[in-house]
Design a protein around this ligand. Structure first.
Ligand code: CDP
Length: 789
């Protein structure tokens, strides 16, 4: 039970206040980018490449131009005249807006058709005739790394291979020594598959260029409006579209999950067309385009090793990664961390040394590496460490829960310095796992498993006790394109005591309009109901880096608290003036200052705000407004203890998730109902890669499951009943002791499921299967091990 310091009327932290934004969402009154209709608006559709790698011999637009309603067809050559045919990616790589001579992946943009209706644009798109000369695609990242393979990025002068970058963390020599001397070493080769965000709303925009005023308003589905404004200014500054002439507006967003952080060519083409034609241009992806061409997530090939004693003490880990980035590195990582925060891969365990290295490679696949509900590669890291922990337990015949208990970092050892350089802020891993074990009935389940095994039945129990890392980040280490990763809040309280607060982040369904209001309500005592939260308009909001990787609570949430505290300090000064006492004689209770020992001498926050406009001390600045740009001193380190129970049908390989218990620690909770919703959604996005989702390409680079008929996004039907709970270890450096939560369940659940399945199959000598673990994979593995005689 969470103790709240404020009344329900104020609804500060800890109240399960109903989401303010739901009033419009559940009545179908949300305002999304496709709802925007402007006078004279044109529609854009995009002709895409059927080949993964081909030379463009010719583009014939004559038939397309005859389609009624088509007003223009734009190719790379048209953009080249204005030097708009290339753009930077967020990882400082380069990406074609439209190609002039070569296509690099299937579904790449080749030409844009502009018409007076969406239907005409689609008909025009079909009528564009492109003559290609197909080339042998490079799809396998290991082959692409081979020095004898052809170089894909011939646009980069002097490039002699397909290697993008090498990155490492930890102590290589020390780790090698521990491995060479260890009694037990376990090793697995694993692939974390390429998956897609598949948010309900696809990407899109309306680019509205006003020729008279040389001003662009860009309505778009972006999680990071300010950063994109800066990128657009970098791309188009040379044609006069400098940053003060650009306004980015991100209206309601139907799910982002990292997929709406990158700059997609469609956005830039729409801007270019609006700029050239002088009319608003709308571009909305269809579902297949979204699935086939947008930035992907994951695609990490990991060689994972763990060294330990025979008794079960972990001594070291070593992880070697090959990261398939497709044709360009369009990941959304902080600049200094090309492999994101993968080096959190030492997990929740106390051991002395680790070495982590990653190499990235170009292939003929769509670009990406987006942080799909995973704080920059943490899902990959957690999968590796949690799978290897179970693998080690299996090797030495020790219960995986006990092995974890014996190796956890102790709660008194925080702040914990990890061997790869992170400083974990707080946690109580023993309490989390114990709670999960109590809820699931761990000891009884193990007894049941013994009985079932005796009868030849397959039942598995899988554990994942993970540490997350969210809240990028301290500006000394974290930037995107050089812009430091702070975030911002601006609070304006009107004379009548009602407020508007604006943020540099952007909700995509997480409930910021409610939870940010609750943070301010907690600090100022103004009812959350009376605090209007606004995000997503670069003309009004203070500059911020946006919402992804669970950074909003650790950064903008903190900014809100600090800005509110600045206002409380001002309110204290006004109260001292009005009550004619010294500031030190005042006491604060949510919503009012009163004189110590004389509670009848009181001024409410509403009275104090009114006085800030009507009766303030001489020399004080009028008004009641504050802005704060928060630079976090460290990241926050949420954690979780998840236990999954599966039953497997031996004959078919069918997997039934019987129980799933998730105990999370996200520090102080702002809104328990919203957190539970975040955890439910995240867990469902965790069973997705664990059991269902994977984008599959053939040797020619054709995507084999590019529609939702073949790419299974789990629904309520596939989801088990989630059993959730919490332990609370507040972040000591965060103003309200909160840590992020949105990603934890997606990060922590895949290995719990994989570990449960492998636990069920382990009597047959099966030690690892790559996710997604499908019934066919299970059946095949059992067959190979002779389970069917
Ligand atoms: O950056 P993003 O908003 O996606 O992730 P987050 O910071 O993990 O927050 C997701 C939602 O959960 C937001 O509405 C937060 O305010 C809420 N939350 C909370 O109520 N308590 C926490 N300790 C953490 C997040």
């Amino acid at each position: 039970m969470i103790q709240c310091k404020t009344s329900k009327a104020i609804s500060g932290m800890g109240h399960s206040m109903k989401r303010k934004e739901d009033i419009r969402f559940i009545q179908g009154r949300g305002h999304y980018v496709d709802d925007i209709k402007l006078d004279g608006m044109l529609y854009m559709d995009i002709t895409r490449s059927p080949y993964a790698y081909a030379k463009i011999k010719n583009i014939d637009i004559s038939e397309a131009m005859k389609v009624p309603g088509v007003v223009a067809v734009i190719t790379g050559k048209d953009l080249e005249k204005y030097n708009l045919h290339w753009m930077p990616t967020i990882m400082s790589d380069t990406q074609m807006v439209l190609p002039t001579d070569t296509v690099m992946y299937q579904a790449q943009e080749v030409a844009a058709v502009i018409a007076t209706s969406r239907y005409a644009a689609r008909d025009g798109r079909e009528a564009v005739k492109v003559e290609y000369e197909p080339m042998q695609a490079l799809v396998d990242p290991f082959k692409a790394m081979d020095p004898s393979s052809p170089v894909l990025r011939t646009d980069k002068p002097g490039k002699t291979d397909n290697h993008i970058w090498h990155w490492e963390a930890g102590d290589k020599a020390k780790t090698e020594k521990v491995f060479s001397e260890a009694a037990v070493v376990v090793k697995e080769q694993m692939h974390i598959p390429r998956i897609h965000v598949s948010s309900i709303e696809t990407c899109g925009c309306v680019a509205d260029y006003d020729k008279i005023n040389n001003h662009l308003t860009m309505y778009m589905t972006t999680q990071a409006p300010h950063v994109l404004r800066t990128v657009f200014a970098l791309v188009a500054g040379h044609v006069g579209l400098t940053e003060e002439k650009i306004r980015v507006v991100s209206p309601d967003i139907g799910g982002g999950f990292g997929g709406k952080v990158p700059v997609y060519p469609g956005y830039v083409i729409a801007i270019a067309v609006s700029f050239l034609v002088g009319k608003p241009v709308k571009w909305i992806e269809d579902r297949s385009e979204n699935l086939q061409a947008d930035s992907f997530a994951r695609d990490y090939h990991i060689t994972a090793e763990m060294a330990g004693t025979k008794e079960g003490k972990i001594l070291a880990t070593r992880f070697k990664v090959l990261a398939d980035h497709g044709y360009t590195d369009a990941a959304a990582n902080p600049s200094k961390y090309p492999a994101g925060l993968f080096s959190i891969a030492t997990g929740s365990y106390d051991y002395g040394t680790a070495f982590v290295e990653a190499d990235a490679v170009y292939t003929n696949k769509p670009p990406g590496g987006v942080a799909y509900r995973c704080s920059f590669r943490v899902t990959e890291a957690v999968h590796a460490i949690e799978r290897m922990t179970d693998r080690y337990a299996l090797e030495i015949g020790k219960d995986p829960a006990q092995l974890r208990m014996d190796n956890f970092i102790k709660k008194e050892d925080f702040p914990w310095h990890s061997p790869t350089g992170w400083i974990y802020d707080s946690g109580d891993y023993h309490a989390g796992l114990q709670k999960a074990m109590d809820v699931v009935g761990y000891a009884d389940l193990r007894k049941e498993q013994v009985e079932k095994r005796a009868k030849g039945e397959l039942m598995g129990i899988g554990i994942s006790t993970f540490t997350e890392i969210v809240g990028a980040g301290p500006s000394k280490d974290f930037d995107i394109l050089g812009i430091k990763m702070f975030d911002s809040a601006e609070i304006r309280v009107h004379p009548t005591g009602k407020a508007i607060a604006r943020f540099g982040t952007k909700s995509q369904g997480q409930g910021h309009e409610t939870t940010y209001a609750q943070i301010i309500a907690e600090e100022l005592g103004i009812p959350a109901e009376n605090i209007q939260v606004e995000e997503g308009d670069t003309d009004t909001a203070p500059y911020g880096l946006g919402t992804y990787a669970s950074r909003s609570t650790p950064t903008a949430g903190a900014a809100a608290a600090v800005a509110a505290r600045k206002l409380r300090d001002k309110a204290r000064k006004i109260a001292a003036y009005l009550l004619e006492v010294s500031e030190d004689d005042l006491e604060w209770e949510p919503g009012k200052f009163f004189v110590k020992g004389a509670p009848e001498k009181v001024k409410t926050i509403q009275e104090l705000v009114f006085a800030a406009y009507t009766n303030f001390p001489q020399g004080m600045e009028a008004g009641f407004e504050a802005t704060h740009y928060y630079d976090p001193p460290n990241l926050t380190f949420p954690s979780g203890a998840y236990i999954c129970v599966v039953d497997i049908d031996k004959e078919t390989g069918g997997i039934h998730v019987r129980r799933f218990v998730a105990i999370d620690d996200c520090g102080h909770i702002i809104n328990p109902m919203i957190v539970q919703g975040q955890v439910h959604g995240g867990l469902t996005q965790g069973i997705a890669p664990a059991m269902y989702e994977e984008l599959i390409y053939d040797e020619a680079g054709n995507i084999l499951n590019g529609t939702l008929m073949d790419y299974l996004v789990p629904t309520a039907v596939e989801s088990p009943k989630w059993e959730t709970g919490h332990v609370v270890t507040p972040s000591p450096h965060h103003p309200i002791g909160a840590k992020g939560v949105g990603e934890s369940p997606t990060v922590g659940s895949p290995p719990a499921i994989a570990n449960a399945i492998i636990d069920a199959l382990s009597p047959f000598g099966i030690t690892h299967l790559d996710i997604p673990i499908t019934p066919f994979k299970v059946w095949k593995a059992l067959k190979e091990k002779g389970a069917y005689g």
